[in-house]
Ligand binder design. Structure first.
Ligand SMILES: C[S@@+](CC[C@H](N)C(=O)[O-])C[C@H]1O[C@@H](n2cnc3c(N)ncnc32)[C@H](O)[C@@H]1O
Length: 410
């Protein structure tokens, strides 16, 4: 699972083609957002005001190029933060498509699920704040679920820029102006939040203090997690920022993963393997199936270089490639299936790569091998692990066993 603002290939592609044809700036939409230190050149740029219209909470018939600010689920005037135990999310959308998708989701607004016991706390970690287990957590278990503080477009939407007449900006200046203009829009959006949520957003880490991102946009770029597809249309993806989930640090061998549920408008975090009390809970900010070089590249916008044991191990790419190839193997009998699956399951567990799809396939191979050999204890064990893996990835139960039996001919 990937996270982030403008960091995934899908989001970059959507940035490249974000504008509907009417927007007269296609060239600069291909430009990447800056990271690292960038000298500002537009200190006199005056951002336009009033970029967002206030409308009734149930309105959905927006123009496709209208910037929409809305609180979901709807809240009422003069109410208080404490009136919403599941919290509400301040949303900024480009057009009405995503809001329509949310309001049309069966069950919306369902309540946010809760684990039976609180099992995490925010603590100081090796990398600023982090999230830690306050009790043992089992693979597949729900660790926490949270409604976002904010949901905003996954790429800066097309905005009218306010350059003086006759000024011919460079592409970098257009990008700079867009970031200034977008910050203004975000200010309007977060001014609608409960003060408690606004404070929580400003308390988050900002890795984009020198690249022209404003304080809100910088925090969105640092902490945003991709959510809401806009009904499969990548132009309408969104990024969500959370009070607690955005405190999770990155690992290339994470012990948890997350799924967003539109019905409850919440992110659920679940354990990818058993987690011990006091262990740090981590997610990945990049693709764990990618090579070390690809992961380091994807992590650049977060302002750090990963120094985990996998990134520091020159043999890890070759090992990962072998693990990925392990499920292409055709086994001839139950004994061979069991040996093959157990060998590679152990390898994955040693390196903490249970997030790989190959892990589930090898669990299936081990389960079928146990079933063929009539070992009910083995079937129970591996079925339970597959079930936990599926729950961790947002499924309720083991599904699609059919697809997982590939490579087995006994
Ligand atoms: C989403 S925040 C995570 C919470 C953050 N540690 C905090 O104090 O709020 C992302 C930031 O955490 C830090 N970080 C997360 N994982 C890291 C890692 N594996 N190595 C170094 N820094 C990391 C980086 O500063 C990154 O920009």
């Amino acid at each position: 699972m990937k996270r982030g603002f403008l960091n995934t290939k899908r989001v970059k592609d959507s940035l490249a083609s974000y504008a509907p044809p009417a927007v007269p700036e296609p060239r600069m939409l291909k430009a990447k957002l800056p990271i690292g230190k960038v000298e500002p050149t537009l200190s006199n740029y005056q951002a336009s005001e009033n970029l967002m219209e206030d409308v009734d909470a149930n309105t959905t018939n927006y123009a496709d190029d209208q910037v929409v600010g809305t609180t979901l689920p709807a809240r009422y005037f003069n109410d208080e933060f404490s009136d919403y135990p599941d919290n509400v999310t301040e949303c900024l959308f480009y057009g009405g498509k995503v809001k329509r998708e949310i309001l049309a989701t069966p069950g919306f607004p369902a309540s946010v699920p809760r684990p039976p016991h609180v099992c995490h706390s925010l603590e100081t970690s090796a990398f600023g704040m982090g999230v830690f287990a306050t009790r043992d957590i089992k693979m597949g278990d729900l660790i926490m679920a949270e409604r976002p503080l904010s949901v905003t477009p996954a790429a800066i939407p097309p905005l009218d820029l306010n350059f003086p007449k006759g000024f011919n900006p460079t592409i970098d200046q257009v990008v700079e102006a867009r970031m200034i203009q977008y910050e203004k829009l975000l200010e309007t959006s977060i001014s609608r939040m409960f003060p408690e949520n606004r404070d929580a957003l400003f308390a988050l880490h900002n890795a984009h203090t020198e690249d022209g991102s404003g304080p809100i946009f910088g925090r969105i770029r640092t902490n945003g997690i991709g959510v809401l597809s806009g009904n499969g249309d990548p132009h309408f993806g969104s990024t969500a920022v959370f009070k607690d989930i955005s405190r999770l640090n990155h690992s290339c061998a994470p012990n948890s993963t997350y799924n967003f549920t539109t019905a409850s408008l919440s992110m659920q975090l679940r354990a990818l393997r058993d987690i011990k009390q006091d262990e740090e809970i981590t997610i990945t900010y990049c693709g764990i199936e990618d090579s070390t070089a690809e992961r380091q590249e994807a992590l650049k916008p977060y302002g750090f270089q990963c120094t985990c044991r996998i990134c520091s191990d020159p043999g890890s790419d070759a090992r990962l490639a072998k693990i990925k190839a392990s499920t292409e193997f055709t086994v001839r009998n139950a004994r061979e299936g069991q040996q093959h699956a157990e060998k590679w399951l152990a390898e994955i567990e040693t390196f903490g790569w249970q997030g790989l799809g190959q892990y589930k396939k090898l669990l299936a191979m081990a389960m079928f091998a146990a079933a063929t050999a009539g070992r009910t204890d083995g079937v129970r064990k591996y079925f339970g692990m597959m079930d936990a893996w599926s729950r961790a990835h947002g499924g309720d139960k083991v599904s699609d066993l059919h697809g997982l039996s590939m490579g087995l001919v006994f």
